[in-house]
Design a protein around this ligand. Structure first.
Ligand code: NDP
Length: 336
């Protein structure tokens, strides 16, 4: 079969491409420019024979995907602004996130006559709220706070809230679309909600500013110098980028995933947990907070991720495996 993958040159999507190609699919990769398409193809050697490049310069434009959706069996939508720039106007994030999603669904409805499923990459950013007490979240929960904060404060809302709001509104656009075409959609949808996604990039990247935002955070925390308090208080849940990519592939394959919202989370962490593992591989790294006792760590944000194992059949990598591969990448890139 042929799968349309939007934002195909991204951190997560490049691993989705790898898995789809390994499984024998043809991948129609949407990217913003010819140059990005050519660079992407180079990463896949002979397998690039089964990559078709679709240039979509502006995903927010109406009808942007009218051509790209034609003749594909399923769509995986990952393209969305993914940065935590404190100075950004919320509309820079929300505009493409929402219009890109809605436009893609409209194109699929109009021209994607062969499309059976659309998988959209959402995020745990759409689920957790910034509550200072331990909470276990499920797919029933929605982050209302970020949307409200951005509405009230606009550009002055924190970078986290602006990004989270863009993801909430984009995922809502998916479910609103499903609701307003009830009984009339020839395809079903799946939304996937990963927390922080860590792991190696498919391709080495020399330029720090071009590293994925979650890799930047990981590297900065592990390399220090950092406020030692932050290392033991700041944390979330995580999933390895290759497991998140596999979740997308399983989400197009598993019948039972139809119209499900699925959290894809492997477990909780504090930065010091990553640092402790990384230090077993690289003794030049700083010790960080030596008073840390992982058994006593309080995790404010936990997820119930049973749908990812029960419906998708996903298996999660361990922190040790992910750390080993990230350290290897960062060494090769001369960062560690
Ligand atoms: P990347 O930044 O690596 O990839 C983002 C992709 O989206 C790139 O292909 C990028 O294209 C494209 N994109 C961004 N903005 C636009 C735009 N305005 N118009 C067209 N294309 C655009 O990020 P990730 O791989 O991490 O993110 C992929 C998805 O996963 C996103 O939806 C993100 O919200 C979600 N996610 C990520 C998490 C993480 O920890 N990394 C956690 C949870 C969810 P270009 O290269 O041309 O800029």
């Amino acid at each position: 079969g042929t799968i349309l993958l939007t934002g195909a040159n991204g951190f997560i999507a490049s691993w989705i491409t790898r898995i789809l190609l390994d499984q024998g699919y043809t991948v129609r990769c949407s990217v913003r420019s010819e140059a990005k398409g050519a660079a992407l193809k180079k990463n896949f050697g002979k397998q690039a024979d089964r990559i078709e490049i679709a240039i979509v310069p502006d995903i927010a434009k109406a009808c942007a995907f009218d051509q790209a959706v034609q003749g594909v069996d399923a769509v995986i939508h990952t393209a969305s602004p993914c940065h935590l720039n404190p100075d950004s106007d919320p509309s820079e994030l929300i505009g493409p996130a929402v219009a890109g999603t809605t436009g893609l669904l409209q194109s699929a409805l109009k021209y994607g006559t062969t499309v059976k499923r659309v998988v959209s990459t959402s995020s745990c950013a759409t689920i957790f709220e910034f509550v200072p007490k331990p909470c276990v979240y499920t797919e029933e929960n929605w982050n209302e706070l970020s949307v409200k904060t951005v509405k009230e404060k606009g550009r002055e809302a924190g970078a986290d809230h602006k990004y989270c709001a863009s993801k909430v509104l984009a995922e809502r656009a998916v479910w609103d679309f499903v609701e307003s075409h009830k009984g009339k959609l020839p395809f079903d949808v799946v939304t996937l909600c990963p927390p922080h996604v860590f792991g190696p990039s498919l391709v080495l990247e020399k330029d720090f500013s071009k590293l994925n935002v979650s890799q930047q955070m990981w590297l900065s925390a592990v390399k220090g110098p950092k406020d030692n308090e932050f290392l033991v208080t700041d944390g979330h849940e995580w999933a390895d980028v290759r497991d998140v990519a596999m979740a997308h592939v399983l989400a197009i394959q598993k019948e039972a995933a139809a119209n499900q919202r699925i959290i894809v989370a492997a477990g909780p962490w504090k930065w010091q947990d990553w640092l402790n593992i990384a230090r077993t591989l690289d003794d030049k790294l700083p010790a960080g907070n030596t008073s840390y006792d992982p058994a006593k760590a309080v995790h404010f944000i936990r997820y119930n991720s049973t749908k990812s194992t029960d419906i998708l059949g996903l298996k999660f990598r361990r922190m040790e495996d992910t750390t080993k591969d990230m350290v290897a990448q960062f060494r090769e890139e001369g960062r560690l």
